[in-house]
Each structure stands twice: as structure tokens, then as C-alpha cells.
Design a protein around this ligand. Structure first.
Ligand code: IPE
Ligand code: IPE
Ligand code: MG
Length: 244
């Protein structure tokens, strides 16, 4: 199956803020602030490129290992982003979802997340998922725990568990799986992002630091995706034709 012009869920590992800053002799936090501008540009450009859902990796469960000052900066940037952009997102009919663990986040951050989700809950033109305090393994473990609790409470049966039912317990249950996962900065790894959901995503790695990212980069990544053939375990389409 060739990727068509149909609905497109793009997920982005926004990487390279620290190296962008280092290159300029600036503290890493400057890179993160510039990264927010790149996020705004990318969100604004996505719908016109045929994207219907965008998931961005903002803070991983492993990013707590960074120096405290950097962690606080990353936490406050989520707040800054939501506070400066929420009215616009509401106007533009964007639904905002924040996936990841709420536990461990300060109450003011949780309040901002809840407000963004509540104010945009009924929006339908575009889905923006922000992975924040998110880890793919943590999300799978949390889903397993939630299902186990339902079994303990007699609300579910272990024998009924299949992939579709399990998926409903993930924090991404409301969204289709990503079609395309982009990572910037030249690193080529998943770093615990959307582990379950990435099963058949196309991966594109771009050699640009996240603060320099913009619509033209997203356009290029989507063009690369559109040129791929997605097989989902089947045979290549020209082989199928040849085999008659
Ligand atoms: C990505 O940039 C932002 C987050 C992880 C939050 P990095 O901070 O990882 O930048 P590099 O990889 O050190 O350059
Ligand atoms: C992944 O990037 C997390 C985010 C982009 C939020 P990292 O920079 O934390 O990943 P590693 O450490 O290079 O694998
Ligand atoms: Mg990094």
C-alpha cells in the first residue's frame, strides 16, 4: 500500500536543543526556548501539509536525569507554551492532549495541562498530543496495571485481553497510531517514544537541530514518507502484481 493523501499522524522527537545552543556558546536552556518557537512554527504549518494529528515529545521519563535547572526550564516551558498559545489553539479548532504521567509533575503544571485539555476537548480539526513526562515503557506498564485493576475488580476478564483491548488502556487510546515518526538532530533512535504505537510507523531522521526546524523540514519529511511503501508484513505491491 502506498501512503496516500489521507489522514496523516506525524510524531516528532524534537531533539538537538542542547547542541544548537552549544554551537552558539549559549546555555542549553536557550536552545529549549528557541525550540518552543520551532514547535509553534511546526504546529501552524502542519494542517496545510495534510497532517491531521501531531504528537511531539517534550519531556521523557528519563529526562529527570538532567540537571535540576534544566528540568525546571523544560517544565516551565510547557506552561509558557500553553499560556501563550491556548487561545489560538482554541480558535483554530485544535484539540490538545497531554500524554504521560501526571504523577511527579508540580500542581501548577497539572493545572495548566487540565485547562488546555478541557478547553479544547470538543475541538476536531487537528489533534496536538504533547508527550510530557512520557515514556513508552512506563505507558505500557501503566496500561497493564489499569487492566489488571479492572480484572481484580471483576470488570474485565484476562482471557478477553487482545491487542485492541490493550490499546484502549494506553494514554494514546484516542489517537490513531503515528504514520510517520521524525527525529531531528541526526540521532537515530527511538529513545522510549511511542513503543507500542511505532510498530508500523515510517521513520525519518533529519539532520537539523530542533530549534532550526520549520515548515520546509516537515514538508521534506512528509515527501519522504509519501515515497515509501508501507507493507504491514505483506509483500511488495509490484511483486504481488508480478505474481498475478
Ligand atoms: C531535545 O533537545 C529537548 C529535550 C530532550 C527536552 P536536547 O536537550 O536533548 O538536545 P541535545 O540532544 O542535548 O542536543
Ligand atoms: C528524547 O530525546 C526526548 C525528547 C525529545 C523529549 P533525548 O535527547 O532525551 O534522548 P537521548 O538521551 O538522546 O536518547
Ligand atoms: Mg537530545
Amino acid at each position: 500500500m502506498t501512503p496516500t493523501d489521507g489522514p496523516l499522524h506525524v510524531a516528532i522527537i524534537m531533539d538537538g536543543n542542547g547542541r544548537w545552543a552549544k554551537q552558539r556558546g549559549l546555555p542549553r536552556t536557550f536552545g529549549h526556548r528557541e525550540g518552543v518557537k520551532a514547535l509553534k512554527r511546526t504546529v501552524a504549518a502542519a494542517p496545510d501539509l495534510g497532517v491531521t494529528a501531531l504528537t511531539v515529545f517534550g519531556f521523557s521519563t528519563e529526562n529527570w536525569r538532567r540537571p535540576m535547572a534544566e528540568v525546571s526550564e523544560l517544565m516551565s516551558l510547557l506552561k509558557v507554551y500553553v499560556e501563550s498559545d491556548l487561545d489560538r489553539l482554541v480558535r483554530e479548532n485544535v484539540r490538545v492532549r497531554v500524554i504521560g504521567r501526571r504523577t511527579g509533575l508540580k500542581p501548577d503544571i497539572v493545572e495548566v495541562i487540565d485547562r488546555a485539555e478541557a478547553r479544547t476537548a470538543h475541538n476536531s480539526r487537528f489533534l496536538l498530543q504533547v508527550a510530557f513526562n512520557y515514556g513508552g515503557r512506563a505507558d505500557i506498564a501503566d496500561a497493564a496495571r489499569r487492566f489488571a485493576e479492572e480484572v481484580e475488580q471483576g470488570r474485565a476478564k484476562a482471557a478477553d485481553l487482545d491487542e485492541a483491548l490493550f490499546e484502549q488502556h494506553l494514554s494514546t487510546a484516542d489517537a490513531p497510531p503515528p504514520d510517520l515518526i521524525v527525529r531531528t538532530s541526526g540521532e537515530q533512535r527511538i529513545s522510549n517514544f511511542l513503543l507500542w504505537e511505532c510498530a508500523y510507523a515510517e521513520l525519518v531522521f533529519q539532520d537539523v537541530y530542533w530549534p532550526d526546524y520549520g515548515p520546509e523540514h516537515l514538508k521534506a519529511a512528509i515527501a519522504e514518507y509519501r515515497a515509501r511503501e508501507r507493507r504491514y508484513g505483506g509483500a511488495a505491491s509490484d511483486d504481488v502484481l508480478a505474481a498475478g
